[in-house]
Each structure stands twice: as C-alpha cells, then as structure tokens.
Ligand binder design. Sequence first.
Ligand code: GLU
Length: 527
Amino acid sequence: MADKVRVRFAPSPTGRLHIGGARTAIFNWAFARAMGGTFILRIEDTDPERSTEENVQVILNAMKWLGLDWDEGPEVGGEAGPYFQMQRMGTYTEALERLKERGAVYPCFCSKETLDAKREQAEKTEGGYAGYDRTCRDLDPAEAQRRIDAGEPHTWRLKVPLNHGPIEFNDAVYGHVSFPADVMDDMILVRTDGSPTYNFAVVCDDANMGITHVIRGDDHLSNTPRQILIYEALGYEKPTFAHLSMILGPDGKKLSKRHGATSVEEYRDRGYLPDAMVNFLALLGWSLDGETTIMSRDVICSQFSLDRITKKDAIFDETKLDWMNGQYIQKMGAKEWVELSRPWLARAHAEGYPYVYTAIVPTLDPNAPADAEEVEPLNEEQLAAFEDSYAADPAFYEALYPLVSERETSLTECESKLAYMFWGPCVLLDEKSVNKILRKDGARADEALAACREVLADEGNEWKAEVLEEKCRALAEPLEMKLRNLLQPLRVAICGNMVSPPLFESIELLKRSDVLARIDATIAEVF
Ligand code: GLU
C-alpha cells in the first residue's frame, strides 16, 4: 500500500473500557507504530443517553493509563477532525447529498408501525423475514419529492444494486470472505430525525479520515458487507479489514462479568501494571514468534504485524496475567513501584500505629476472594497522614520494594504484606502462627525470643540486617536450638506471622525501640 497507514480505535463511550476494546485499541496502536502510521481515536457518541461526557473521560483515562497515545483525536486534535461523531453531522449530510446525486439512495415513507406489521406477518406466513420489501424503492421521484416537500416523515435507504454479485473482501485475519448480496436489504442510512445509522456514520468517517485499515472485533464482521455496499455507493475506495477473534474465558465461554474483572479500570484498581496489561492483551490473538511472552512496548510497537494475528479465539488466562504482572513488578524498580503502589501503601500506612494494638488475631482465609469494590476508601485525614509520612521519608518507602518485589503478583498485595512495617511498637499476631510457632510444644520459643531480644537490644551491634542476622544465628549453637526454632518466633513477633517478607531486612527498616517493644508485647500476650 502506497499510502501511509491510518488506523482508528472508535469506542462508543457507553461505560468502561472493556478488555476486548482495550485489545482492539492496542492492536491498532501497535500496528500504527510498527508501520510508522497514524493512530486515531474517534469517539462514536451518537447514542445520546449513554454517551456522556463522563463516559468519554473514562475511556480517555483508560487509554492514557495504558499508555496508548493517539496522534489524532480528542484533546490533541488533527486535520481530519472533529473526532466526536456528534460534531460531524454536517459530513453525514454531505455524504447523503452525494448518494442522492449518484442515485444510490431513496426516501422511504413507510412508518415504523407498517414495517413492524409486515415483519410480523412475514415471520408468520412466509417462514421468515427477508428484510424491507422495497415498497418505496420505485416511487415516482416527483411524487417522492412532493411528499418530502409536504413534510412527510421519511428515512433514506441505500438502493442496493439488484444485480450485485456476492460481496467479497480479503480480511487480513479471516482471509477471503464472501456474503451473498441478495440477502442484504435496502438498509436505512439516515433516520427520520436526520441522524445517521451506525453503518453509515462509520463508513463516512473512515472514508473522510482516510482510514487505510479497519481493525476491530469480529462482532462487526456481519456489518462489513453492508459497509462495503456503502463504500461502493459513495464511490470510495474501501480500506483493508482485519477482524479480531473473540476473547473467551478459561471455560471457553465468551468473556463476561462471570469471569471476574472485565474492564481496564478494574485491573488498574486491582494492582496490575499498565505495561503488563499491554503485554498481556497484545498476546490475545497475536504473537511475536509463538513463544516470547514478556515483551516491552518498544518490541510490540516495532514488531507488530497483521499477519501474525490468529483467527483462533483467544483465551483470557488470568493466571498468566498474574504471573506476567509479577514479572513486571520484579523489574520495575523501587521508585516506580512506590509511585504506582501509593493507593495500597496508603492503606498499609493507615492500618498502623497509633490505631493498631497488640493482640492475637484470627488467621485470614488465604482463599477468600479479594473484592476490590467492597473496600472502604480512606478518609482525607488518612490520606494526608500518608502523604506527610511519604514526604518526610521517601527513602523508607523505596526500601520496602525489595521486601516484596519477588513476592507480589499484584501491587495491591503490599497492603497486607507490608502492614507490619507500620505498626510501630505493636504487633497483630496471626493465630495460626502463634499456635504453630510460639506455642509449639518443646520448641522453647520464649527462650529464643529472649535471646534474640538481647542481641537486638545491644547498642554495640550495628543496626544492619547482615550484622543482626549473623549475631542472632550465632545463638543457635549455645542454645542448642535449630535455626528454625530460633528465628521463626522472632519473625512472628516482629511481622505478625510466619510467612512474612525477609525478617532482618524488615528489622533494619524499623526502629530499634519498636522492635524491642514488639518482642515484649508478644511475650506478654502469648506466654
Ligand atoms: N463504535 C463501535 C463499537 O464500539 C466500533 C465501530 C467500528 O470499529 O467500526 O463497537
């Protein structure tokens, strides 16, 4: 193709950006980048009830969060604008005039009631409705004009050529596709109120914006032959079509709410990284080489090609997404981790001293579903307290990153995994850990705690993880204790449970006085 690639993502702003829409956006964006082309964002806001300003913002924010920058569209403008369909009404009127001049449309005066009655009748008696019966197609033009002039309500219908052979096109994904034209009825292009129908508006926009490739979900595959008829009627060259297969849940059924989160926003709120989402979604139906799974935006944007899109349905495997997210968390670095983890670090911070006290608390069910929507938001005071704490000591927050970087599959996890870092002199002791470690028969946990406490209280020992760990480990021999029995009680006393992030690295980040206070509080609570 000689022309420069121009592609568009054309969401109807009726709510959140769904996973399927995000995948379509990513494919268009990556294709534009790989081809040195232009990525256009067009808002299809012709449904006045659902297309609210707020919904537009939701889409734009999701696009920005994913890092899918558009070259033309809302906020950035461009020569082919405006980029909201509601602002393009004049162009649909012009296109209708063009079709009238070419004799490719006709006014239809049949009322909705008449059409409904005919449809009902046909369904009963003729075993099926074959579409509009073309009553108005052969009206005398002068008579039609007279009725228009008299103000009679009318739609404009496409005059589908009667001798049209099959409608054929080469889909970049599906290959050669053919639809019989004689089953296409004379579809309405412009309604009685003058508004364009979806198929008409899309074709006008794609043609006027110079779109070279239409990449979209295969739920639009059946619209494509209709749109091709409109291109032909207008005398415009049609773009290349690429229809993307469905996204299915792991059970093989169409992805839906039943499978969990379905919008980009929900994934953001559940602690997924934009880079991981883009990587994961790019692989829903496309592959670099059939094996590479982790790839940067740069790789996706330079290597993306339509010929590596599969027409097989894509499976949305959340376990793989979790794994991928974990990989990205491991690599992201402390600064970015803190930046993106702020909402959950703020929650961990809010759980802390002076609101927390020392107690034995029931063990949480690790399999309980994490329900992001049910979490109560922090109040202003809690948020401000976190901001103050962060501003006072950003290095502390960055130092938390290595404690969890290899353990998180989602950023939300720092809330539960790191809460103990904010408990000051208190500790919430997990019941199961207390029973298994501190109250274990014959394990001498009280002795172990007392001995470790002495090491930690000794001001002569530098407050460094390696030093403290070495000195504590050295107690095993004189006490004749297994390392496990020596150090696990300390872990429970400091972190609250037996499966915490690294113990001595945690201790180094805490105040000596708080560490000692936690040991004392634990001894008092348990023994
Ligand atoms: N606005 C349509 C939708 O959200 C997309 C139209 C198209 O891509 O042709 O489904």
